[in-house]
Ligand binder design. Structure first.
Ligand code: LAC
Ligand code: ZN
Length: 461
């Protein structure tokens, strides 16, 4: 193994390859909360050719490589063990091209999401992916995890925003597939091997992203509702009444809203009264008239008794203030203490059945437990956070078994957007059939027969 470090250093140089105490702390862990680990070496290539060299050498030596982007993943997929090499894309940043006519942007995979959003805006265009970690996460990680976020209902997941990519295979082969065409049915669409496979099949080095026109208007509404049936009615009506402009439909059960609008967060409650459920809606329109449409739509919803109350925001500051309630999640652990978090998927009309049954089961097992339920309900994606006061550490395995067990009973998915990594591997069979798992293993073995690229993540080869 030391042999591989020496050959990496010999071919790539000491500036690219670091070891031991020279490896920065930030490369030891991600946002999953799992303990950090010091890898055998950290490789920080500057070019695709250097990524390919690193892979060729590690492949020859049979040493495992763990790709790293912005290290904001929540499932431990980018943590490298002591016998593994961490390969960070952090030096491969920058926009290579913006093609206004085809509405695409070609970027290096280490580029932070927020840099891409700003570059699109500077070109009077729009990159639609958005999520809380925008300042830290890298687009290569977004692609590798098929990140979801806040606007999926309108623009889809990362998969829907990627037209082409370049990836390095486990043996160092470079697949340059920088397609810009929306329509391209020439054989297998290979980019999908790398999108959402969490760095187990290839290392993404460049991406062709799909851009949209900058929205001509953005409007948001914060609504209070009496029950979940009303939420479903509101969603259906919003899809019809706002059409394609509906860009977010976030739901919060009252425990979450109450907690996020306490004095501790500094977040102002958008509504004066209290409700059982809250919905944050956003609409991206082409013109100002689209923004006004939201207001008249809400008027109708009030008249029909679908919503109990609503506040509307038209300017960026007001819209930000609405989203602050969702973004305050970052302060969670300081406010409440450690939580066990989930990103579950369920069909929209079963969501509240899930919440009610989960509340019941959690309370029966831990009577003082705090449970929060909220998320991208328009996409069938709910976040659940459970905190058991006084438990140190939190009874993670038991909470996992309870929460995922109920998802299995109700036919949902154990991960709607964060991925499997290592933390959810045990629960993947709750969601995927033996036949599906076997096919995944066949693909993994075909692309990575030596099992050296991010081994042990997602599935066992
Ligand atoms: C969210 C991230 C954590 O929606 O998925 O807050
Ligand atoms: Zn989310």
């Amino acid at each position: 193994m030391t042999g591989v470090v020496e050959s990496l250093k010999a071919e790539l140089g000491g500036e690219v390859v670091t070891t031991g105490a020279d490896i920065p702390e930030r490369n030891l862990k991600d946002w999953s909360g799992l303990p950090g680990q010091r890898p055998l070496a950290l490789v920080r290539p500057r070019t695709t050719a250097e990524v390919a060299t690193a892979m060729r050498l590690c492949h020859a030596a049979g040493v495992a490589v763990v790709p790293q982007g912005g290290l904001t993943g929540l499932v431990g997929a980018s943590i490298a063990g002591p016998a593994e090499v961490a390969l960070s894309l952090e030096r491969m940043t920058g926009v290579e091209e913006i093609d206004a006519a085809t509405a695409t942007m070609t970027v290096k995979s280490g580029t932070p999401l927020e840099v891409i959003q700003n570059a699109a805006a500077d070109a009077d265009m729009f990159f639609a992916l958005d999520l809380g970690a925008r300042g830290s996460c890298a687009i290569g990680g977004n692609v590798s995890t098929n990140a979801g976020g806040n606007r999926v209902i309108r623009y889809g997941m990362t998969r829907d925003m990627v037209l082409g990519l370049e990836a390095v295979l486990p043996d160092g082969t470079v697949i340059t597939s920088l397609n810009k065409l929306i329509k391209n049915n020439a054989g297998y669409d290979l980019k999908h091997l790398f999108i959402g496979s969490e760095g187990t099949l290839g290392i993404v080095t460049r991406v062709v992203l799909r851009l949209y026109p900058r929205p001509g208007s953005i409007a948001a509404a914060f609504c209070g509702l009496a029950d979940y049936e009303a939420v479903v009615r509101l969603l259906k009506a919003a899809r019809a009444g706002l059409g394609a402009t509906l860009s977010a439909f976030e739901v919060m059960w009252h425990e979450f809203y109450d907690c996020m609008t306490t004095k501790a967060t500094g977040v102002r409650a958008p509504l004066t009264g209290r409700h059982r459920l809250y919905v944050l809606m956003e609409a991206h329109g082409a013109t100002e008239a689209d923004g006004e449409r939201l207001e008249s739509f809400l008027g109708t919803m009030l008249e029909q008794g679908v919503i109990e109350d609503a506040a509307v925001a038209h300017n960026t500051a007001q819209i930000k203030a609405f989203w602050a309630i969702r973004d305050a999640v970052a302060e969670y652990t300081t406010m409440i203490g450690p939580m066990v978090g989930f990103d579950l998927g369920l069909v929209v009309n079963r969501m509240d059945d899930y919440v009610q049954e989960c509340r019941k089961r959690v309370a029966a097992r831990w009577p003082t437990a705090i449970g929060h339920y909220y998320g991208h309900i328009g996409d069938g994606n709910i976040h659940v956070n459970v905190h058991v006061p006084g438990a140190d550490p939190q009874p993670k395995d038991e909470v996992n078994d309870l929460v995922y067990g109920l998802v299995r009973e109700m036919g949902g998915t154990v991960s709607a957007e964060h991925g499997i990594g290592v933390t959810k591997r045990k629960y993947l069979p709750y969601t995927r059939s033996p036949e599906e798992l076997a096919l995944m293993a066949v693909i993994k073995r075909a692309v990575d027969p030596k099992n050296i690229l991010n081994p042990g993540k997602v599935i066992e080869a």
